[in-house]
Design a protein around this ligand. Structure first.
Ligand SMILES: Nc1ncnc2c1ncn2[C@@H]1O[C@H](COP(=O)(O)OP(=O)(O)O)[C@@H](O)[C@H]1O
Ligand SMILES: [Mg+2]
Length: 244
């Protein structure tokens, strides 16, 4: 397994945001992670990426225990993540933002710049390369985050609602971008509310509710799972399904 998270919990005081979650990801997979707001998805990502230390459990990446390692150590090991609220450097240009990621791999400015420019081209940000991040708007900043993380050369990318808030055209472009990232050999775990994204991209889906993994399976099984419909997809989904 490339990533193995075992019995991961995270508490804030007496509140348990993540409760004994397990996730095993093989190299080359695309896993979808869904569930209602507040279910613990982002907190789980924080545990996987070293942005917080889990209260219980272990996180192994390529066999190495990273449970208590820093976010930078996770990034160096090859785990890249985007944030639900983009964490771009607002006063820096698009190119400089992406170079921040590239400097994880390259010591020399020229190498970092060349690598960043390649990533910018691939992510469709070439025209905005010299603009400040703050001028991009939320969809552009989400794309910029993907670019910055790509520039670190990850083996595993955790995307936290990176495709939210896009127009239908932007959404199709973003889905195509995720496919290209996958074709580079990068393994992906995607948190997303847009079921179209999950259904078209994910090979397996994990469903979170109140900190628990309540279901796990292929996308088709998941959308037919009564517990998932009850907790997340809602009765409208069941009615639409039964009407078909
Ligand atoms: N730093 C924190 N301190 C206290 N509570 C938190 C913190 N971060 C998240 N939570 C709580 O943990 C729960 C899960 O949040 P989150 O992981 O953001 O859920 P999701 O991403 O599934 O919407 C929510 O009830 C949220 O309010
Ligand atoms: Mg979240």
């Amino acid at each position: 397994m490339l990533l193995s998270a075992q019995n991961v919990s995270k508490s804030f005081g007496s509140f348990l945001a993540v409760r004994g979650a397990d996730l095993a990801v093989a190299e080359g997979e695309i896993i979808g992670l869904i569930g209602p707001n507040g279910a613990g998805k982002s907190t789980f990502f924080n545990c996987l990426a070293g942005d917080t230390v889990p209260t219980t459990g272990r996180v192994l990446f390529d066999g190495v225990d990273l449970t208590r390692a820093s976010a930078e150590a996770h990034a160096r090991a090859g785990i890249g993540r985007t944030f639900q609220v983009p964490a771009t450097f607002e006063d820096m240009t698009v190119l400089d933002n992406v170079m921040v990621g590239a400097f994880l791999r390259y010591r020399h400015r020229r190498d970092a710049r060349e690598s960043a420019l390649r990533v910018i081209e691939m992510t469709g940000l070439a025209r905005q390369s010299a603009q400040r991040a703050r001028s991009l708007g939320t969809p552009g900043r989400k794309r910029l985050e993907i670019a910055r993380v790509l520039a670190t050369g990850p083996r595993l990318m955790l995307l936290d609602e990176a495709l939210a808030g896009l127009t239908p055209t932007e959404l199709q472009q973003a889905i195509a971008l995720v496919r290209r990232i996958h074709e580079l050999g990068i393994t992906l775990v995607i948190v997303e509310h847009i079921m179209e994204v999950i259904m078209t991209l994910a090979q397996r889906v994990l469903v979170f509710n109140q900190g628990h993994v309540i279901a796990h399976g292929e996308p088709r099984e998941i959308v037919a799972n009564e517990a998932v419909i009850e907790a997340y997809l809602g009765r409208g989904h069941r009615k639409r399904r039964d009407a078909q």
